[in-house]
Design a protein around this ligand. Structure first.
Ligand code: GLN
Length: 474
């Protein structure tokens, strides 16, 4: 299997009759088996994927293949798929089997993508390293002593290690873009509301978005095309029409106005990353883009606002895991109260407990005004900063992460250091805007670097255009 396959290669081979979807799928399944030590998958749909592949072959033979016919896709284990386990990386849901398909999953299947398995993740999508899974950490295929980023580490590694053409992840504060940067793949977080969250287990409902990992911007655009669009089952899904994303991939950036947020290039940014981003700026300038400095003055408050609001929402979303309705129920419980406390104490891991406590604290009567309400106001100021910036520029360009992939175990005992690794990603979620990370070279140790392009709400075409340009130029 050629490492890191883009869908174009497969599609050409399928069109010429050189290969079948069945064969493609079995090769990917072999790659999953060979890459087991990376711990990227929590379940593999061995038989179901092969069955689906044969059905797609039949459709192709009849000239009725869907838009993604023959694309092999992995799903983060926070997305429901009927009849399969959805663990959310937690002991709490270890044996939970989904009763229905998430809308994004149903749409992939309807477009004839082959679903290969569910991927490992930080418990309930809380984390930046995929070390918080109840089922063991995921390793970075570029350097196995390092983390792949998180929380969608398994989905990212599935793509980076050639176990799928593409994968779905979720991004609440960077969980698609940060691992994409750490493993050298493309990761796209769409506008809040662009993709239905129906069937996505909620972490922080006003931040969560589903998006693709892929080995090319074009493949990410293809997946987005299929999963985007209004869904009656998610009232926050937008009714804005879905444009033709691939049409934006023109390799042309002449006249595009691109802003560099000055606050994102300050202290704490690794020099190799700074150099790589400077290189991207030069490429864009050479292509005729108009580059200017912009300011997002409230950026220093990004991390605090994010971690107050996301923990508040997470604590309320996770209240449903009480041993009565879903998931783990303690065997030691003697009465109702002890069933709640023991089930939750046994079922949740340490990071989840930390965030539930933080979230209930900021929502408590005595501290609500000081933390939750204030953070909501700061969120609005951060959104306004972006609105102001997008009056003058089409896109913003900045690093995805302050450093390249850090070592396994390096930050796991220091939550604050872990949270700070999200410094460049959380603002897009606070503002609800789309952002994409594209590989742009390597650092001195050979580790991938990601450049991030952000756009205004529903500005996916603009960021895909710039990302595609940078991808071919890099
Ligand atoms: N790393 C961030 C966090 O731990 C983002 C998580 C996410 O996007 N799901 O909250």
């Amino acid at each position: 299997m050629s490492h890191r396959l883009t869908f174009d290669v497969t599609r050409r081979a399928l069109d010429s009759g050189a290969i079948s979807v069945e064969r493609v799928t079995s090769e990917f399944l072999n790659a999953v088996e060979e890459g087991k030590r990376l711990n990227a998958f929590l379940s593999v749909f061995q038989d179901r994927a092969m069955e689906q592949a044969r059905a797609v072959d039949r459709k192709l033979a009849a000239g009725k293949g869907g838009a993604l016919a023959g694309m092999v896709v992995a799903l983060k284990d926070v997305l429901c798929m009927e009849g399969e386990r959805t663990t959310c990386g937690s002991k709490m849901l270890e044996n939970f089997v989904s009763l229905y398909d998430a809308t994004a999953v149903a749409r992939l299947r309807a477009a004839d993508a082959v679903l290969i398995g569910k991927t490992n993740m930080d418990e309930f999508a809380m984390g930046s390293s995929t070390e918080n899974s109840a089922f063991g950490p995921v390793r970075n295929p570029v350097d196995e002593t390092r983390v792949p980023g998180g929380s969608s580490g398994g989905s990212c590694v599935a793509v980076a290690a050639g176990m799928a053409h593409a994968a779905l992840g979720t991004d609440t504060g960077g969980s698609i873009r940060q691992p994409a940067a750490f493993c050298g793949v493309v990761g796209l977080k769409p506008t809040y509301g662009r993709v239905s969250r129906y069937g996505l287990v909620a972490l922080s409902s006003s931040f969560d978005q589903i998006g693709p990992f892929a080995n090319s911007v074009r493949d990410a655009a293809r997946v987005l095309q299929v999963i985007a669009g209004h869904d009656d089952r998610d009232s926050t899904s937008a009714t804005v029409p879905v444009p033709a994303y691939e049409a934006a991939l023109t390799k042309e950036v002449r006249g595009k106005r691109i802003g560099l947020p000055v606050e994102a290039f300050g202290e704490g940014l690794a020099p190799d990353i700074r150099r790589a981003i400077d290189g991207c700026v030069e490429l864009l300038r050479a292509g005729g883009a108009v580059i200017s400095d912009v300011s997002l003055p409230h950026s220093p408050y990004n991390i605090s606002a994010y971690y107050i609001l996301m923990t508040a929402e997470a604590s309320s979303n996770l209240a449903r895991y009480d041993g009565a309705r879903y998931g783990h129920r303690s065997e030691k419980a003697r009465d109702l109260a002890s069933m709640y406390t023991l089930s939750r104490s046994e079922g949740f891991g340490p990071e989840t407990k930390r965030r539930i406590m933080l979230g209930t604290y900021v929502l408590s009567a005595g501290y609500y005004d000081a933390y939750y309400r204030k953070a909501q106001r700061v969120r609005r100021l951060i959104q306004n900063d972006f609105l102001e910036a997008f009056r003058n520029v089409d896109c913003l360009l900045m690093p995805t992460t302050p450093t390249t992939a850090f070592g396994s175990g390096e930050k796991i005992d220091d939550p604050l250091a872990m949270y700070l690794s999200d410094i460049y990603t959380v603002s897009a979620n606070l503002a609800g805007i789309p952002a994409i990370s594209v590989p742009c070279g390597r650092d001195g140790q050979g580790l991938p670097i990601g450049v991030q392009v952000l756009g205004p709400q529903f500005g996916e075409p603009a960021i895909l255009n710039v990302a595609d340009y940078l991808e071919q130029a890099n």
